[in-house]
Write a protein that binds this ligand. Sequence first.
Ligand code: ZN
Length: 349
Amino acid sequence: MWRETTKHDRNKKIFYEELDGFLPEKILDFHVHVFNEGVLPKDQPFHSGGPAITSYPFEELARDLDECFPGRENSAVCFGLPVVEGDHRRNNEYIAEGVDNKKFFGLRLLDPLRDDAESVRRDLEGGRLLGFKPYPVYPRKADENTVEIPEMLPDWAMDVANEFGALIMLHIPRAARLADPVNQRQLVDLCSSYPRARIVLAHIGRAYFYKNVVGNLDALRDLPNLYYDLAMVNNWEVMEYAFGKLDPRRILFGSDIPLALAPGKSVEINDQYTYVTPKPWKLSISDDHGKIRFTSFLYEELRAARKAVERLGLGREFVDGLFHGNGMRLLNDVQDDMKSLTAASALAK
Ligand SMILES: [Zn+2]
């Protein structure tokens, strides 16, 4: 079994020795990919440090969350897997059917070429889906490093998001990530032009190494509708910097499950980062000599979070907010806005 959960004794030991005393009673994972069979093209299964998988259904997510966080009440914000050749409508429908807005909350994949204002509005109107998951692959540029945020989030989509107060889970493009000046400017524009939309900067803007984050949160920290998730960040220095800089109520725990269940770690080398995994993967350096015994990316993220929290002397309130309270408040605010909008439009009819 490739998943590094407490089903393996080595992970159970880590959980009870290092994480059990740190993690609160309730955990909301704000960044999870769920996809049913038939979404991915036959020749494009999902690869990570683990084997290729062709689906990751809600049942497996529920089981894996229980096995990663024994004794915790858990919940998750879920969205599909962004693949240009994938059946994104099938994936979005699966998400809409699988969420209950209690344990599982859902966002829809947003593909500017296949979607339009009417289709995205319809998905938000029922209140089943709470926002969008755009991705840098969807503008279909030969070089993804030239993608700009408005190409992932066109005005017609943002108008709808703004009207509904919807969530946007944003994985920013471009090689310099959080440090890119075009990204910096466009993030400020996006948040200020659409003040009712709630933007989540996934992976703290993909700043997986220290130099990428330093100095690059200053222009963003005062944007009241910008949130930050920790998904796949394994670097405690990045977290320590972010925790010290940002409004603590707008930092959200997220994992990037199923990827985060695989064995591996993201490491910083000479102002860059790479993943190290036991088996070859396109984004990693692999341990060909079998020297390292790995745990999951998820547990490495949690270890880093704990270390950053302890070094800064942050208390229970911070940890509870990070793992549950902040995300729940955000989800409640989005749902309240959606309900009042639906009530207002019913009155107008
Ligand atoms: Zn992700």
